[in-house]
Design a protein around this ligand. Structure first.
Ligand code: NAD
Length: 350
């Protein structure tokens, strides 16, 4: 039996643990061998792929044309890029296809994990948990500056009503919020059954007290929330983004927050996050002024792309990744939702 060697980039202790458990659970130990690397896949680290049959990457690994060209030159044995993510905006699919490198992903591992994190961010931001936590740690029991708003009865604007957006809608309806939604493919049946309303993007921005984004990053959605969109938002609204950093123009958001227009913003993703997220830079001076500014604001919460990070999601990611690899090396067709192909020319992933 051939043992296929897979190099796992951007690997953390929880990836190693869950992938090894999944390999055992799916009886794949004689077919796949994982090597775990902490470093991300980049043009600088691509030499490491020599001698492997596949690479396994996460959201901030670089799988652009240059890296795929280099992979092809260094190691023509690499036949598959297994993404441990649903999003594939970081992969140049056309170049992968050119080199006959299959790309697979984990399309749905836990929409609940991401939706719940976005709600956690909103609740923390609104009720100033990020300040309260540090105050009581220092035996400061004052309440000045901690006033929030009731979410009950408020209007929440959901941009993107796919897997994660729909989970978020359920939660906000449970809070007693009015939910407005915008999607390029509205699900009117769900809207009728659940009791939320589709509207235009402009109306959603104008009417919502909270705007939360659950759309993919595409050329057409890059900087979906830009200065013009922020200008349309209600005075005192809150913005939540747990989807992809590139959906929000971070510089425009900084200006908007400085002007006092928004009550606050909570972000799990940031457009230049790959320079920082997932690693400890606490001993270094931050060079990214926009990220530094966002983090420094009292009415902004930034988490480092952790919305997916639940035990259930990690288990699903690991098991689907191992199953994708086993199917591929067994010559079986991949689950059609798990295989990623280059989109038609008109709608390229950003
Ligand atoms: P999905 O494909 O199930 O749903 C996305 C929805 O967005 C679809 O209904 C689609 O029609 C809609 N959409 C597409 N273009 C749009 C536009 N221009 N305006 C409004 N809606 C549009 O995706 P999902 O699994 O729900 O993921 C949502 C987002 O969450 C993605 O950006 C994904 O990358 C991100 N995500 C983040 C994390 C994290 O840890 N922070 C984890 C998983 C997924």
């Amino acid at each position: 039996m051939t043992l296929h060697k897979i190099l796992v980039f951007d690997s953390k202790s929880y990836d190693e643990k869950t992938l090894k458990l999944a390999l055992k659970a799916l009886n794949g130990q004689d077919k796949l061998r994982f090597t775990f690397l902490e470093s991300k896949l980049t043009e600088e680290t691509v030499d490491e792929v020599q001698g492997y049959d596949g690479v396994c990457v996460f959201v901030n690994d670089v799988v652009n044309t240059h890296v795929l060209d280099a992979i092809h030159k260094k190691s023509d044995t690499i036949k598959i890029v297994a993404l441990r993510s649903a999003g594939f905006n970081h992969v140049d699919l056309e170049t992968a296809e050119k080199y006959n490198i299959k790309v697979c992903r984990v399309p749905r591992y836990s929409p609940y994990a991401v939706a719940e994190h976005s709600v956690a961010l909103l609740l923390s931001l609104n009720r100033n948990m990020h300040h309260a936590f540090f105050r009581t740690k220092q035996h400061n029991f004052s309440l000045d500056g901690l006033v929030g708003i009731d979410l009950f009865g408020k209007t929440v604007g959901i941009i993107g009503t796919g897997g994660i957006g729909m989970c978020a809608i359920n939660i906000f309806l449970g809070f007693g919020c009015k939910v407005l939604a915008y999607d390029v493919f509205p699900n009117e049946k769900a809207a009728k059954e659940k009791g939320y309303v589709y509207t235009t993007m402009d109306e959603l921005l104008r009417q919502s007290d909270i705007v939360s984004i659950y759309a993919p990053l595409l050329d057409s959605t890059y900087h979906l929330i830009n200065k013009e969109a922020l200008d349309k938002m209600k005075q005192g609204a809150m913005l939540i983004n747990t989807s992809r950093g590139g959906l929000v123009d971070a510089k425009a958001l900084v200006e908007c927050l400085k002007s006092g227009k928004l009550r606050g913003a909570a972000l799990d993703v940031y457009e230049n996050e790959k320079e920082y997220f997932f690693n400890d830079y606490s001993q270094q001076v931050m060079e990214d002024d926009t990220l530094a500014r966002l983090i420094s604001m009292p009415n902004t919460i930034v988490t480092s792309h952790q919305a997916f990070l639940t035990e259930e999601a990690l288990k699903n990611i690991a098991e689907t990744t191992v199953q994708n690899l086993l199917d591929f090396f067994d010559g079986k067709p991949l689950n059609e939702n798990n295989e990623v192909k280059a989109p038609p020319k008109t709608e390229q992933k950003k």
